[in-house]
Design a protein around this ligand. Structure first.
Ligand SMILES: O=C(O)COP(=O)(O)O
Ligand SMILES: [Mg+2]
Length: 232
């Protein structure tokens, strides 16, 4: 991160692939939907590169494994309803916290940062999942993929958090696992840090335009602490 820049006063943290390994939940819900459509199950390695652009895109990509565009349009509403029903029934059952997530949130809070969670996951899935995994109490603000008119990679959700916090984007860092998070952050004028263990649409993490790769949220907190100690 640029030295001499403003101190970082808030962090906007992504959910899927950054705090929680949720592909096992997606596997259960998507295969429940596929079974309802009389389609065979798919594996996590097929699902992982499809995660991160929100539910509509995910359902369309999964249906495209078997159906042409006209058939996808014809079954989309039924498939989405089935997916939502299955997801809500299993939400968090198999998802796990990545190492040092809670420790990282604690360290960020101890640095005095305000915390927001911005995810492309629908808010109806996000809220119960954050509760179930003990993540909810850490966040002052949470936006899901359908909370606002646009989702990441559009900068709008990040700009909204900056407005809500009354902070300039240059005093805010986004922490995420994918190019989505980085593109949104760059367009908003926020710093961006990337974790290497999540889901980046099947692309190497090094291809992401970020201010640094950090192995965990705890490492992100250490980097931010070093940055703030040299900032004006
Ligand atoms: O698209 C999703 O459902 C998850 O996206 P996220 O990585 O923004 O949390
Ligand atoms: Mg993500």
């Amino acid at each position: 991160m640029k030295s001499g820049a403003a101190a970082i006063q808030a962090a906007i943290i992504d959910l899927d692939g950054t705090m929680l390994h949720t592909v096992p939940d997606f596997e259960l819900a998507l295969n429940g939907m596929r079974a309802d459509l009389k389609l065979g199950p798919i594996t996590q390695d097929i699902i992982e590169p499809m995660v991160g652009k929100g539910s509509e895109k995910l359902i369309r990509d999964v249906l495209a494994l078997d159906y042409d565009a006209a058939k996808i349009d014809a079954v989309f509403d039924q498939a989405m309803a089935a997916y939502q029903r299955h997801y809500l029934a299993i939400n968090g059952e198999r998802a796990t916290l990545y190492p040092d997530v809670i420790e990282g949130l604690r360290a960020l809070q101890e640095l005095g940062l305000r915390l927001a969670c911005v995810t492309n996951k629908p808010i109806a899935f996000t809220t119960p999942l954050l509760d179930r995994k003990g993540l909810a109490p850490w966040f002052e603000l949470v936006y899901g993929g359908d909370s606002l008119p646009k989702k990441k990679p559009d900068p709008l959700p990040l700009q909204q958090v900056c407005r809500d916090f009354g902070l300039p984007p240059s005093a805010v860092v986004a922490i995420g696992d994918s190019s989505n998070d980085a593109e949104a952050a760059r367009a908003a004028g926020c710093f961006v840090l990337t974790v290497p263990y999540g889901y980046n649409h099947g692309m190497p993490v090094q291809t992401i335009n970020s201010d640094g790769i950090v192995n965990s949220l705890l490492d992100a907190a250490k980097l931010i602490s070093a940055h703030n100690s040299t900032s004006n």
